[in-house]
Design a binder for this molecule. Structure first.
Ligand SMILES: Nc1ncnc2c1ncn2[C@@H]1O[C@H](COP(=O)(O)OP(=O)(O)OP(=O)(O)O)[C@@H](O)[C@H]1O
Ligand SMILES: [Mg+2]
Length: 720
């Protein structure tokens, strides 16, 4: 996200920088005090002051006089306020597109107020292009403003990294081109030297043999070329897929959350498929066809200049027509793809929500809706097919006309002995080749533009910078289990903190119950503990070491998690338990399952531990899945345990089973347990109540009851 815009010179002149003073942030103020759009206002923050520039006027606030900056989001806009020696001042009004930007700037100003000269950085994307104002569709760069040229450059670089494979394809392309161009020459000689001059049978056979050999070699080289280029395409797509997948694993969860899963999936499946198809069908023919096309025209001009010019006039006409057809076809195909998407996403929706559909008896309504969508697709498909047929008819007619011209005028030249019959035949062959490739070449711009948009989406992911862990700087620790929250602040959206200024010290082995109303940030707190997200401000320390300085491997191998929704991968039960520690022995797994109260139900399954559980483990009940999750956690013998609603929505018997399993698991481990039903937290040493973005109360059950605060109210309400 841009936090330092280029200022117009007159605005820059107004800011008088002294000595070592530097500009940290410069952002547009796009609304005036009455909420009307403006474009001549800027907020500039230097190391010493905050300036509000409006046209040729400037108002300056010394940082030393400020005590707090705040970016407050409203509906569709926001304001930046500062506390200036005790008086609140509004510095800027801005529209929704700058909400995040101002949140960063406010944070930056507060850092300067605290006396630190640090700039805040933002890896967040611009949702709206700062240049053209259009919404950026899921990529980090605006596709309208980022030059297609740069993506083409990326493509060339990509191909160049497969030089060896590409060389083979290139060689076959040249050979095919030469063989294709030679064929009409041989045919000419056959006609001129044998048919017209009563040549001997021997020469006739020689030419026929040559023609045969050329045709066969064209077929053989073409097959080789297709194989080589398909291999090259598959290799490139395979590598891209691998790179994308690896990148997805490394990217912060924030990136994944900001995009729709379908979109990310499509980059791996659809976009790479297009790239491989392009390599196999278009790119591998590109040079051969260009080569043939150019020489074809040259040969035609050499054989008969006048005739060639007459024929070539048709090329731009066909070309322009085709271009227009392509454009319309692109549009109507777009509609077809969209309808296709609608049909498949509806299908996916209904199939995955089948239980809801059936339970509400809405099958016929869903069928009706699907029929409507399907008919829509069929209609567009039929229309597109008709359009294609019409297109073919027009183009073929023009080409046919071209051939008639060639035969008529060429024939006259043959009778006038300006041209031999063999040459006419050769000319006709070249004309047919020419027309065949005009259409192909016309398709190129569209295919290239599709390729660049695919590459754009792929490279948008690959170009993401991931902060690689530097193993030298990271510590491998033996966790004892002390957790300290030190002014920890975090929000999924930078301008909306979910948790702010969390402070607490949790002793090793302590069990902390986390309670609070729905949506207050309990799961968010444990997301931070699981290191799914990093704090925006402040720190979380583990045994006194900043969590960010502990190697992820070392940390996660000592962390156990049991969540409300247990995710089981497709595979056997034993694989699913082993997921947390792939090197665990079978005996250890069984022991863990026994401690988790899971052994009995697993043994009762027909295939026992080798029972295959499908995607999301739909074949197991909620309680059974949860016990597998507990076994998973037991297996790693974690030092820190996280339980998010681990016993919610279970019947009393399974809850009892799980509760006893959990009691075994949590003994002596620092545990954070979220529960709505407070009775399940009876073993907790202390209870933390989250409310209003922070810890509202913390203490033992008895202390909190005595306080008569939020916990007291919750508890008495549940006892009733
Ligand atoms: N991935 C996300 N992206 C954006 N906002 C989120 C995300 N996850 C949660 N939130 C928001 O953050 C806030 C806190 O959510 P959180 O899941 O931490 O609540 P919770 O206390 O666990 O609630 P519950 O008791 O219902 O589970 C909510 O307002 C929620 O809408
Ligand atoms: Mg939650």
């Amino acid at each position: 996200m841009i936090l330092r815009y280029e200022l117009p010179p007159q605005a820059e002149k107004l800011i008088e920088l002294s000595g070592d003073e530097r500009i940290y942030y410069a952002v547009p103020i796009d609304l005036d005090d009455d909420g009307n759009w403006t474009d001549d206002r800027f907020l500039v923050v230097t190391t010493r002051k905050v300036c509000v520039i409006s046209g040729d006027k400037i108002k300056t606030y010394e940082i030393s006089a400020l005590s707090k900056a705040k970016a407050e989001p409203g509906v569709g806009s926001g304001i930046l306020t500062v506390d200036d020696m005790g008086t609140g001042r509004i510095l800027a009004h801005y529209s929704a597109k700058h909400l995040s930007r101002y949140a960063y700037v406010a944070r930056g100003i507060n850092i300067l107020i605290s006396g630190r000269f640090e700039e805040v950085e933002s890896s967040e994307y611009e949702k709206i292009c700062p240049h053209c104002g259009h919404v950026i569709p899921g990529t980090s760069e605006c596709p309208k403003c980022s030059g297609k040229g740069s993506h083409f450059g990326v493509f060339v670089k990509l191909v160049m990294s497969y030089k060896k494979d590409f060389f083979g394809v290139f060689l076959t392309m040249v050979l095919v081109a030469i063989a294709t161009l030679l064929n009409p020459e041989v045919q000419k000689n056959l006609i001129n030297n044998v048919l017209q001059k009563d040549g001997s049978l021997k020469t006739a056979f020689m030419y026929l043999g040559l023609m045969f050999a050329l045709s066969v070699s064209i077929v053989i080289i073409n097959v080789t070329k297709s194989n080589l280029s398909a291999r090259l395409g598959a290799k490139i797509a395979g590598d891209l897929r691998k790179q994308l997948f690896e990148k997805y694993q490394k990217l912060p969860l924030r990136f994944i959350n900001e995009r729709r899963p379908g979109e990310l999936l499509n980059r791996i499946t659809e976009d790479t498929k297009f790239v491989s198809g392009f390599m196999a069908d278009i790119f591998c023919n590109l040079f051969a066809i260009l080569f043939i096309f150019i020489w074809d025209v040259i040969f035609m001009l050499v054989i008969n200049l006048k005739l060639a010019l007459m024929t070539l006039v048709l090329v731009p006409i066909v070309s322009v027509l085709m271009f227009h057809f392509q454009k319309t076809i692109g549009r109507i195909y777009h509609l077809q793809f969209k309808k296709n998407d609608d049909v498949s996403s509806d299908l996916q929706d209904v199939l995955s929500g089948m239980r809801v559909v059936k339970s509400y008896g809405k099958e016929s309504r869903e069928s009706g809706r699907f029929k409507l969508l399907s008919n829509g697709l069929a209609f567009v498909q039929q229309r597109n097919d008709r359009y294609w047929a019409f297109n073919d008819l027009v183009i073929s007619s023009i080409m046919g006309m071209g051939l008639v011209i060639v035969v008529y005028f060429g024939g006259r030249d043959v009778f006038a002995q300006k041209m031999s019959a063999g040459e006419l035949y050769q000319f006709i062959s070249y004309t047919i080749l020419l027309f065949a490739y005009v259409g192909w070449l016309d398709r190129l711009p569209r295919e290239f533009s599709r390729l660049t948009s695919c590459l754009e989406r792929i490279y948008d992911v690959l170009a993401q910078e991931v902060r690689e862990e530097d193993p030298a700087k990271l510590q491998e620790v033996d966790i004892k289990g002390e957790i300290t929250f030190d002014h920890a602040t975090f929000g999924y959206k930078s301008y909306q903190p979910v948790l702010s200024d969390i402070n607490a010290v949790i002793k090793p082995g302590e069990m902390i119950g986390i309670v609070g109303a729905s949506g207050t940030g309990k799961s968010t707190l444990i997301n931070l503990l699981m290191r799914l997200y990093e704090t925006d401000d402040g720190r979380i320390l583990v045994d006194g070491v900043d969590m960010k300085e502990i190697s992820r491997n070392s940390y996660h191998s000592q962390l156990g998690v049991v969540l409300q929704e247990t995710f089981l991968f497709s595979g056997t039960i034993i694989d699913n338990i082993r997921f947390s520690r792939p090197d665990a022995l079978v005996e250890e797994i069984i022991r863990a399952a026994k401690l988790a109260n899971a052994h009995d139900f697993i043994s009762r399954l027909p295939d026992g531990y080798n029972t295959y559980v499908g995607e999301k483990g739909h074949t197991l009940s909620g309680g059974e899945r949860q016990r597998i999750a507990i076994a998973r956690a037991i297996l790693t013998d974690p030092k820190i345990l996280i339980l998010d609603e681990a016993t919610a929505s279970l019947d009393t018997e399974s809850e009892f089973m799980i509760q006893t399993a959990l009691d075994r698991l949590t003994r002596g481990k620092t545990t954070f347990a979220i529960a709505h039903r407070l009775s399940t937290l009876k073993n907790a040493d202390r209870i933390m109540v989250i409310d209003g973005h922070s810890i509202a109360e913390i203490g033992t059950h008895a202390e909190l009851l005595n306080n008569k605060g939020i916990y007291y109210n919750l508890f008495t309400a549940q006892m009733r």
